[in-house]
Design a protein around this ligand. Structure first.
Ligand SMILES: Cc1cc2nc3c(=O)[nH]c(=O)nc-3n(C[C@H](O)[C@H](O)[C@H](O)COP(=O)(O)O)c2cc1C
Length: 216
C-alpha cells in the first residue's frame, strides 16, 4: 500500500486551477487503487510554526556536530515532527502556482523547515550534498497565468518550476512527473489547456496506481 502526501500550496480552495488538476490525479489513482493512503497538507490552513531564530540556530549547531539545547532543542523537535510527517510518505503530490516568478512562500517555508542535515540531506566536504529522500516519487502540478516556457522576458522568468524541480532532485526525490497548465489566463484557449492538463493528470494517476501495485 502506498502512502501519498498531498501538499497544497494554493490558498484558492475550489477556485484553484492547480488543485482541480491535482484532484483529477488523485481521483484516477484512487479509482484504480483504493488502498492508497492519503495525507493532505494544506499549507494555508494547516499552518506550520515559524521557522526562525531558534530553528536556524539549531540547524547550525547540528551542522557543526553539536546537540541543540534549551529553546533550540524545542525548535528542533518541531522541525523533526514536521519532517517526520513529510518523510512518512513514499509518494508526493504538490500543487505549485507561480507567485511572482517563484513559488508561494508557504511552500518555501515548508522547504526551509524540513531541509535539514540528517533529514533531507547529508553533506560531505569532499563530495558535497546527498539527498536522503531516495526511493520516493513525486507529481507536481505547475500553474501560471501569464508565464509560459519560452516566453519573452517581459512575461516573466521561471524561478518556479526550475527551483522546485531542483529542490526535489537535491532532496533525492526521483522520478518527478509534471503536469503544467501555463499560461491559464493570458490565453485564448484556457478551456482546451485545462482539459489537456486534467487528462494528463488522470493518466498519471492511473500509471501511479498500476506501478504501485506491481511494486507491492
Ligand atoms: C500573489 C500572486 C502572484 C502571482 N504571480 C504570477 C507570476 O509571476 N506569473 C504568472 O504567470 N502568474 C502569476 N500569478 C497567477 C497564478 O500563477 C495563476 O493564477 C495560477 O493559476 C494560480 O494557481 P491556483 O489557481 O492553483 O492558485 C500570481 C498569482 C498570485 C495570487
Amino acid at each position: 500500500m502506498s502512502k501519498l502526501l498531498y501538499v497544497i500550496s494554493s490558498p484558492r480552495g475550489e477556485q484553484s486551477e492547480s488543485r482541480a488538476i491535482a484532484d483529477e490525479f488523485l481521483d484516477a489513482y484512487r479509482q484504480s487503487d483504493p488502498s492508497v493512503e492519503v495525507d493532505v497538507l494544506e499549507l494555508w490552513t494547516d499552518t506550520l510554526p515559524v521557522y526562525g531564530g531558534d530553528g536556524v540556530a539549531a540547524k547550525m549547531s547540528v551542522f557543526a556536530g553539536r546537540e541543540p539545547s534549551g529553546d533550540q532543542a524545542s525548535a528542533w523537535a518541531e522541525v523533526q515532527r514536521i519532517f517526520s510527517r513529510f518523510d512518512a510518505a513514499d509518494e508526493y503530490l504538490f500543487t505549485v502556482p507561480m507567485w511572482n516568478h517563484g513559488i508561494p512562500w508557504v511552500l518555501k517555508h515548508l522547504i526551509d523547515t524540513i531541509s535539514q542535515p540528517g533529514m533531507v540531506f547529508g553533506f560531505d566536504p569532499a563530495t558535497g550534498y546527498e539527498g536522503l529522500l531516495a526511493g520516493k516519487r513525486a507529481v507536481v502540478v505547475y500553474t501560471s497565468a501569464v508565464y509560459y516556457e519560452g516566453a519573452p522576458r517581459e512575461f516573466g522568468t521561471d524561478f518556479h518550476r526550475a527551483y522546485f524541480n531542483d529542490w526535489l532532485r537535491w532532496a533525492g526525490i526521483h522520478p518527478v512527473s509534471e503536469v503544467r497548465f501555463q499560461p491559464n489566463l493570458v490565453t485564448s484557449d484556457a478551456d482546451a489547456g485545462r482539459a489537456v492538463a486534467k487528462a494528463s493528470a488522470r493518466a498519471l494517476g492511473n500509471r501511479f496506481a498500476l506501478s504501485g501495485r506491481r511494486a507491492a
